[in-house]
Design a protein around this ligand. Structure first.
Ligand code: PGA
Length: 246
């Protein structure tokens, strides 16, 4: 089962070749994590996972690894795919499932995503299941219905983490209004009262303080602002300060 510590997840997508990924890791030291209430998680490309694992453990850094995707079959002849057991072998604790780029660019639909969620859970890893609405749905005020449909295959006791990422917010610098975010979180909370729910989409050093005012947000999935150690570190440190309520 996922624990309820807040998470800061770096989604490096297809960026960060090995040398840059290692430089990033080496820019952190154990003192960055003292008294931290935030779990730092990195989702690098498949090919950097094992070097990162080695370096993270050599430097005793409390950084967890997450894969960006996995195969929807346990094993077999699937050229180009990576199985959950292989991800487990290289030390992944988490697997991103259903990121909007997987859904839109690679045609991954709910049935295949549900299989992946199931395989990841069976292997004892935690899926970070991404959901989010397109712009026209947001503008027409139907976000809650759309997300409810995306989550219909899952029960409130599914041991996963959710990442709410409005598609129109990813990489655009746009984020939902406070009111809309609260309303969406109310819906998600009513469906999944005990599930950690992250927010993702253009999180950066400027907007994280405002986003942290939403007490129900359990952390963030960050793309662009996770690529530079300084900006990621500042998000991490901001999350470790007390949250303001106003
Ligand atoms: P972004 O990406 O932070 O660059 O908007 C988030 C994501 O795609 O997970």
């Amino acid at each position: 089962m996922p624990n309820h510590k807040q998470l800061l997840v770096a989604n490096w997508k297809m960026a960060m070749p090995i040398n840059q990924a290692l430089e990033f890791i080496h820019s952190f030291s154990c003192s960055d994590f003292l008294d931290s209430n935030t779990k730092m998680v990195i989702a690098p490309s498949f090919v950097t996972l094992s070097s990162l694992r080695e370096n993270i453990s050599q430097h005793s850094l409390p950084i967890a690894l997450c894969a960006q995707n996995c195969a929807s079959a346990e094993s077999g002849a699937f050229t180009g795919e990576v199985s959950v057991s292989m991800l487990q072998e290289v030390g992944c604790e988490f697997v991103l499932i259903g990121h909007s780029e997987r859904r839109t660019l690679f045609g991954e639909a709910e049935p295949v995503l549900a299989k992946k969620v199931d395989l990841v859970i069976k292997a004892g890893l935690t899926p970070i299941f991404c959901i989010g609405e397109p712009k026209e749905v947001y503008e027409s005020g139907h976000t809650s219905e759309y997300l409810t449909r995306q989550l219909s295959p899952y029960s409130p006791s599914t041991p996963f983490i959710l990442a709410y990422e409005p598609i129109w917010s990813i990489g655009t610098g746009l984020i939902p209004t406070d009111e809309d975010l609260s309303c969406t979180y109310d819906t998600l909370r009513s469906l999944f009262p005990d599930t950690p729910i992250l927010y993702g989409g253009s999180v950066n050093q400027e907007n994280i303080t405002g986003l942290l005012r939403h007490q129900t947000v359990n952390g963030f999935l960050v793309g662009g602002a996770s690529l530079k150690p300084d900006s990621f570190r500042s998000l991490f440190h901001r999350m470790n300060q007390p949250r303001s309520h106003d």
